[in-house]
Structures are given as structure tokens and as C-alpha cells.
Design a protein around this ligand. Structure first.
Ligand SMILES: [Zn+2]
Length: 86
């Protein structure tokens, strides 16, 4: 895994759909850490809105795992906020 840039995004902020398992047809850099995912390796494709278009960048397994963990943190925070309202 390369060096990820910035704060870990969560699925709540970046995605316009579910991450899907993807097999790289050619070596593709991970959108977050820049590490190349080699041909035939498993990665995740996470649809993302950019300038009004849906892009489908790929993420290495380590970065996907970080993003999912960040998503859980964000969801837990929302759940806490909801509890305060009811
Ligand atoms: Zn990565």
C-alpha cells in the first residue's frame, strides 16, 4: 500500500453506489494510495461523482477496508445524533 492522501473518505461522502468487487484487466493505480493494482488482482470499484459525472475509480483492498471502517465511524456518529432526537 502506498501513501494515502488526506483524510480517509467514507462511503457516505464519496460514493454514488455500492462498492463492487472488481478484477483489474490491466494494472490500475488505486485512487487513494496510488499503489498499482496488478492485472488480474482483486480490487474494489467505488462509483464516485466528479464534476457531474460518475467515475468508477478502483481502490486496493487495504484502502477499501479503511474507507469501510471510516463509514462505520460516520454511521455510528449519525446513529448517536438520531438517538438524541428521539
Ligand atoms: Zn490503495
Amino acid at each position: 500500500m502506498g501513501k494515502p492522501k488526506g483524510k480517509t473518505p467514507s462511503l457516505l461522502t464519496i460514493t454514488t453506489g455500492k462498492p463492487t468487487v472488481h478484477k483489474c484487466g490491466r494494472a490500475t493505480p488505486c485512487d487513494r494510495c496510488g499503489e498499482s493494482v496488478v492485472t488480474g488482482a482483486t480490487c474494489f470499484q467505488i462509483p464516485k461523482m466528479a464534476n457531474g459525472f460518475t467515475k468508477r475509480p478502483i481502490f486496493c483492498i487495504a484502502c477499501t477496508s479503511d474507507i469501510v471502517a471510516q463509514t462505520k465511524t460516520d454511521v455510528a456518529a449519525i446513529e448517536e445524533a438520531i438517538k438524541l432526537c428521539v
